[in-house]
Design a binder for this molecule. Structure first.
Ligand SMILES: [Fe+2]
Ligand SMILES: [Fe+2]
Length: 172
């Protein structure tokens, strides 16, 4: 996927607040603790996650595990001070200078490095939050592996769901 597309995707998320209908949908999919977690995300990330969910449903993928993962997959980005500038810069650096981005992110989420660290490691951070909110271990796994990495062999039956989530995420 081209970086221009990805930057445009982020710009499109600017200022997008979830509607009442969005929130109703989220509350139908998520149990209360998970819903509270969902609401900690930036409004644009909430809208993005809802678009991922709607795309999956439109493609005929459904079921509580995948739907919850769709809404929570980016929750690791919440509270990290990720501005639009960070997001755009990160997307460009991922493409042109990934090693430099790793250096910017540093080994730990401290000070000005925190947004870069959160962006790079949001899948792992999100998985820990989703587990803490009491979600099913499969939801946790889908969040953990949604953006990279090899899917555990023991969960092969869920590979198609992971692939569908990754595809929908890349398009929304
Ligand atoms: Fe993500
Ligand atoms: Fe995403």
């Amino acid at each position: 996927m081209g970086w221009r597309y990805r930057v445009g995707q982020f710009l499109g998320r600017l200022g997008a607040r979830p509607t009442d209908e969005d929130l109703r949908l989220a509350s139908e999919v998520l149990p209360p603790k998970a819903l509270a977690l969902f609401r900690t995300m930036a409004p644009g990330d909430q809208r993005h996650s809802l678009r991922v969910l709607r795309r999956l449903r439109g493609e005929g993928h459904c079921g509580p595990i995948l739907e919850q993962a769709a809404l929570l997959h980016d929750v690791g980005k919440a509270g990290a001070g990720l501005t639009l500038a960070h997001r755009s810069l990160t997307v460009i650096l991922e493409r042109v200078a990934p090693a430099f981005l790793q250096r910017l992110a540093g080994p730990a989420p401290r000070g000005w490095r925190r947004p870069f660290h959160a962006h790079l490691h949001h899948a792992e951070i999100g998985a820990a939050r989703v587990a803490e909110a009491g979600c099913d271990p499969l939801v946790v796994a889908l969040v953990r592996y949604h953006d990279r990495g090899a899917w555990p062999e023991g969960l092969a039956a869920w590979q198609a769901d992971l692939d569908a989530l990754r595809r929908a995420d890349g398009r929304e």
